[in-house]
Design a protein around this ligand. Structure first.
Ligand code: MN
Length: 260
């Protein structure tokens, strides 16, 4: 892993393993020189993601257990715990209280609490966290179980209120913002209000669309930088530089961790 590679952009949340050709998705992120956090949705997907991105200066795999899959994959939690020593990056994890997943919400909370406690025990992890209709519960669990000095939460596609966002800032959270968020009034208000030093970008590919209407891939994160720039009345360059700086700060917090 070479954190000093000259990144053209930062995609802090992308599902490279859900593209039709996983290897090609990695190659394209590298060709675009975009730092990419390749999140996963089940612990069983981790080894393959790790293997394909090992040694990549741009792509880093994250160990996940997606809240929407918790009901069906909770038996993989022991595998998740066992794999945690192999990575600095965790995600996608979190909570989803949307109508389709609400029935597993109690179980999701138990799993997310275990994830946070394990991350606090081992220390130095960066977590990409899903919080659909559950920002308050996510923040409550983060506050109780992951002290700021023991891990860093990046709230991915945050849709909570501005008050909740302020609370998250107080808890040391970062925010990874995607194109879809830049197109809604609520997303724009959030993006305008965030401290510049907590701002990161993501595509959440292949689940969002780029301007060309194809599923977003890491190269498209450049669009996100320019959309954020419009909302904040800054230049795209300024935003790219701030995001690059924020990434370095974030990575600086994990670099000293010895992997075993
Ligand atoms: Mn996702």
């Amino acid at each position: 892993m070479n954190y000093s590679a000259p990144y053209r952009g930062v995609d802090l949340h992308c599902h490279l393993d859900l593209f039709p050709d996983h290897r090609a998705a990695i190659r394209n992120a590298e060709a675009a020189r975009v730092f990419t956090l390749a999140v996963t949705t089940t612990p069983r997907a981790w080894p393959r993601n790790q293997e394909l991105s090992a040694g990549s200066p741009y792509v880093n795999a994250a160990l996940g257990l997606h809240p929407q899959l918790v009901a069906d994959f909770v038996h993989e939690l022991p595998l998740w715990r066992k794999s945690l020593s192999e990575t600095r990056f965790v995600g996608e994890v979190g909570l989803d209280a949307g109508p389709r997943f609400y029935k597993s919400f109690d179980l999701q909370k138990k799993v997310f609490r275990t994830v946070l406690e394990d991350c606090a025990d081992i220390g130095g992890r960066i977590l990409s966290v899903h919080s659909v209709r559950s920002a308050a519960s996510v923040l409550e669990l983060v506050e109780s179980h992951l002290p700021t000095d023991l891990g860093t939460v990046v709230l991915h596609w945050f849709t909570g209120t501005l008050t909740e966002a302020r609370r998250a800032v107080g808890l040391g959270c970062y925010f990874s913002v995607n194109t879809t968020m830049t197109q809604t009034a609520k997303g724009q208000a959030l993006i305008a209000s965030l401290p510049i030093d907590r701002l990161l970008s993501e595509t959440d590919g292949p689940f969002t669309r780029s301007k060309h209407s194809t599923p977003s891939c890491p190269a498209d994160v450049i669009e996100v930088h320019s959309e954020i720039a419009k909302i904040r009345g800054a230049s795209a360059d300024e935003i790219s530089q701030s995001i690059a700086r924020n990434l370095q700060t974030l990575l600086g917090r994990v670099e000293p961790v010895e992997l075993h």
